[in-house]
Ligand binder design. Structure first.
Ligand code: SF4
Length: 450
């Protein structure tokens, strides 16, 4: 690493979910507080951190090969390479043999020990491994605190880990058991983020519906507190497990004005037999009933989901049941994947008997249906006036701005007056282009809240 005369620089490459993106922000915050400077590329960085994801096989391979790409930087200028995240947690010591050229392998719970880890890296000649899981009584949440943020929407971790052990999922093995953060800590972080310029928070947890803080507050109560605090304009959350979706939560979303009308509810499969084998603890009928009740109770709700095709023993009839639920619930958007076995999980011991070509065929059929439903959901918003929280200049047109509706739809719009990120504006939607809405500043009498 650099000597004292030059600022030390770091580069982080992040793979995977929002939780990992958030972990990278926290790593970045700790390094910055220690005097390090962020570098936009790995070429000059003194410290390279690859924050990995092991939810599916593909991102895992990508993370390992990314770590391997920085060997030259280690040899030529003494850069240090750390493999962080879920792949690190899962592989631990063994990764030092599997992937050469790592200076450290650290799990998600080691983030709060980063200052000590960096000190050890200065003196240690041998690579270090820190994959200790969080202590349930002292789970060590690292809040994001900044005097100024250029992010309008900021994730806030409200819980760690998961107790569910869905048979395909590696999360409980790499993120440990469920542990919720105190309501007061969360309120403090949100207050500070709002003071720094943030307008929207996304409450993150593997299963926010089972949030229970040490003082006994549940998730609807947390939403109530945040709404009452009124520090940010919008409150979102992800992810919700269908089995824990309560009437109290449905009421909270429909009643609290700052809580956005968007729920991400993982279906995974529409076949009760496959759901049982996935250890999801709900049937196709339970899911459909809850989803339709949500739609009824929360006007304008956007309902999104995750679906896996080709789970072990999934027949064509099982897959057809998934298509039926998708059609009946009419999801507004979805993430869909082909099943791939993850080590340690229960499903990895089942016979992965749906061949790759068949998985790909089912995925294609499912995605065609999902695209059709998404287009229909977007088309319904044309000619409506929607309230947009402006985030940034549009990626597609530098003369346009981009923001999101309350139900999490991206809307681009051209403007002849200055509109700044963080403003809330009314937009009349003119057209749908791909997955995005386009419109113009103004209102008409077709106003629809979300
Ligand atoms: S609820 Fe299931 S899928 Fe979600 S993180 Fe927990 S084990 Fe994984």
């Amino acid at each position: 690493m650099s000597d004292n005369s030059n600022p030390k620089t770091f580069y982080i490459r992040t793979f995977g979910c929002q939780m990992n993106v958030h972990d990278s922000s926290r790593i970045s915050q700790i390094l910055t507080s220690l005097g390090w400077q962020a570098s936009p590329n790995a070429k000059e960085a003194d410290l390279i951190i690859v924050n990995s994801c092991s939810v599916r096989a593909k991102p895992e391979h990508k993370a390992l090969s990314e770590a391997g790409r920085h060997q030259q930087a280690r040899k030529s200028r003494g850069a240090k390479v750390i493999l962080a995240g879920c792949v690190a947690q899962q592989g631990g010591q063994q990764l030092l043999q599997k992937a050469s050229g790592l200076d450290a392998v650290i799990g998600p719970d080691a983030i709060c020990r980063l200052p000590q880890i960096l000190q050890q890296l200065q003196t240690n000649r041998t690579p270090l491994v820190d994959i200790d899981e969080h202590d349930l009584k002292n789970p060590c949440f690292v809040p994001l605190v900044s005097s100024k943020t250029d992010q309008i929407s900021v994730p806030v971790t409200i819980m760690k880990g998961c107790n569910n052990f869905c048979s395909y999922c590696i999360v409980p093995y790499v993120r440990g058991r469920e542990s919720s953060r105190e309501v007061d800590d969360i309120l403090d972080e949100v207050r500070q983020l709002a003071a720094a310029g943030c307008r929207e928070v996304v409450l993150l947890g593997q299963n926010v519906n089972s949030y229970h803080d040490p003082s006994g507050h549940d998730f609807p109560e947390l939403l109530d507190e945040l709404n009452r605090q009124a520090a940010v304009e919008r409150i979102r959350f992800t992810t919700s497990h269908p089995k824990d979706l309560s009437v109290a939560l449905t009421k909270a979303v429909s009643r609290l004005d700052r809580v956005c009308e968007h729920i991400h509810l993982g279906l995974q499969s529409g076949s009760t037999r496959i759901l049982k084998s996935m250890n999801r603890d709900y049937s196709q009928e339970d899911f459909t009933k809850k989803a339709l009740e949500l739609r009824k109770a929360i006007p304008g709700l956007s309902l999104t989901t995750d679906i896996i095709v080709g789970f072990p023993s999934e027949t064509w009839a099982d897959f057809q049941k998934t298509l039926d639920v998708v059609e009946e619930v009419a999801f507004d958007q979805a993430f869909s994947f082909m099943y791939s076995p993850r080590p340690k999980t229960l499903a990895s011991k089942m016979v992965d008997d749906v061949v790759a070509e068949e998985k790909a065929r089912r995925l294609l059929i499912l995605q065609e249906l999902l695209n059709k439903l998404e287009s229909a959901s977007l088309a319904k918003l044309c000619n409506r006036t929607l309230q947009i929280l402006v985030e940034k200049t549009s990626r597609r047109d530098e003369n346009a701005m981009s923001g999101r509706t309350r139900c999490n739809r991206v809307v681009n719009f051209e403007t002849h007056r200055t509109v700044l990120p963080g403003e809330t504006v009314d937009i009349i939607v003119d057209q749908v282009r791909g997955h995005t809405l386009w419109g113009r500043l103004g209102t008409n009498n077709m106003t629809e809240l979300p």
